[in-house]
Design a protein around this ligand. Structure first.
Ligand code: RM4
Ligand code: MN
Length: 387
């Protein structure tokens, strides 16, 4: 792809922001509050709109229910539109109620399973209000000890619950099933890997797709293989981008391993995943525990843009020629040439073309928004992840 085509592609890129990145978060040891943090979903959307204002490629914000529960979702959607953004994916939360100690939709108690399914169905009601396309499901379900519950029976319960939710979807609504290796369950997790998610999605049919959260694998996992496989099978629905050093660290995407992010996005590019009809949601799922949140999100968006630009710069013809000639070093060299390109001038140029400041972080810091929210958001309870 030439420079001009790369810029065109980058201009239409859309990265979705998680509402919870703007609230307080922490580890199981401590949540450090930050001044100016939103006190309700309206303020979270306002902060997300700032990220879009300075980057131009983050036009939607994902909600987490009930963290972002409001009386009137249409009103929240209007608020978003007024600020130049829109509401995106609805993330269900069946992991923070005492009833869910032994699981939600896989719980041995049918009454608790019913309660969890009812929440998921309520999330679809929210989608009907907000016009959201995607329902993202992540389950903390699993066991801590061998023998604690039947792994196979829990798969049956999972399949039944997913089918019930899937049947409730209408129009272009989709069910996006996220997997995670471990945590909070330590012995087994009911949806631990892409294979499990893929198998359930195949069973569910067309509307069901897999979400790849980059922090949800064993160390050393070849995530780009998973991406290439799912894309080829038409089952890649969404990314939850973040980065990790050890477990599910939820750090700024591209911070720990920018080369991995490039390799993932290269597979997306090769598989046609950036095309609008591929319908892949590029979402961030991060927590800014110690760094300021809005700049943290701006940096994340920029990191995804940089890795995308490098992935698009790979000379596809030269790569194909080297591959078919069996030229191992040549093929690898084509990829590395793209990765080693400094794409920051190209992105600065693109931002100028889009009427934006070439340096989104500096422009945000100059805007005074950070100071304004610190002085205005006093009183009330800050939003947090409720752990
Ligand atoms: C989970 C998972 C979900 C996210 C929650 C907050 O580990 O990544 O996507 O919604 O955390
Ligand atoms: Mn996630």
């Amino acid at each position: 792809m030439n420079r001009r085509a790369v810029k065109e592609e980058l201009r239409s890129q859309q990265i979705e922001l998680p509402s919870w990145a703007f609230g307080n978060s922490g580890t199981r040891f401590k949540v450090f509050a930050q001044p100016g943090v939103p006190r309700d979903p309206y303020e979270k959307v306002a902060d997300a709109a700032q990220v879009h204002r300075f980057t131009g490629v983050a036009p939607s914000v994902a909600l987490h229910i009930p963290w972002d529960a409001v009386d009137d979702y249409k009103d929240l959607a209007r608020h978003a539109t007024d600020l130049g953004v829109r509401l995106g994916t609805i993330n269900a939360n069946v992991f923070q109620d005492d009833d869910y100690k032994l699981g939600s939709i896989t719980n041995p108690d049918p009454a608790i399973r019913r309660k969890a399914v009812d929440h998921l169905l309520e999330c679809v009601d929210v989608m009907d209000q907000t016009g959201s396309r995607d329902l993202k499901l992540w389950f903390a379900d699993g066991t801590n000890y061998p023998g604690q519950d039947s792994i196979a029976a829990r798969q049956d319960r999972l399949g039944q619950a997913l089918a019930t939710v899937n049947e409730r979807l209408t129009g272009s609504q989709r069910l996006i099933l996220e997997y995670k290796l471990f945590e909070p369950a330590f012995y087994h997790t009911d949806v631990p890997d892409w294979g499990t998610s893929f198998a359930h999605c195949l069973q569910l049919g067309e509307r069901a797709k897999v979400c790849v959260d980059t922090g949800h694998h064993a160390p050393g996992t070849n995530i780009e293989f998973i991406v290439a496989f799912l894309l080829r099978a038409g089952k890649l629905g969404a990314f939850d981008f973040n980065s990790r050093f050890y477990a599910d660290d939820d750090l700024i995407v591209g911070a720990a391993d920018p080369f991995q992010l490039f390799r993932i996005l290269f597979e997306v590019a090769s598989g046609g995943g950036f095309a609008a009809d591929a319908q892949i949601s590029f979402m961030l799922d991060q927590c800014h525990n110690i760094e300021p949140k809005i700049p943290g999100e701006i940096r994340s968006v920029m990191n995804v843009q940089e890795a995308t630009a490098k992935a698009l710069l790979v000379d596809a013809d030269a790569l194909a020629a080297a591959q078919s000639a069996g030229d191992v070093l040549g093929a690898n060299g084509v990829l590395m040439d793209a990765y080693d390109t400094d794409v920051r001038p190209l992105l600065a140029e693109l931002r100028q073309d889009m009427g934006l400041d070439p340096d989104p972080l500096a422009a945000y810091l100059r805007s005074g928004y950070g100071e304004t929210i610190v002085s205005e958001r006093v009183g009330g309870t800050q939003a947090g992840w409720g752990a």
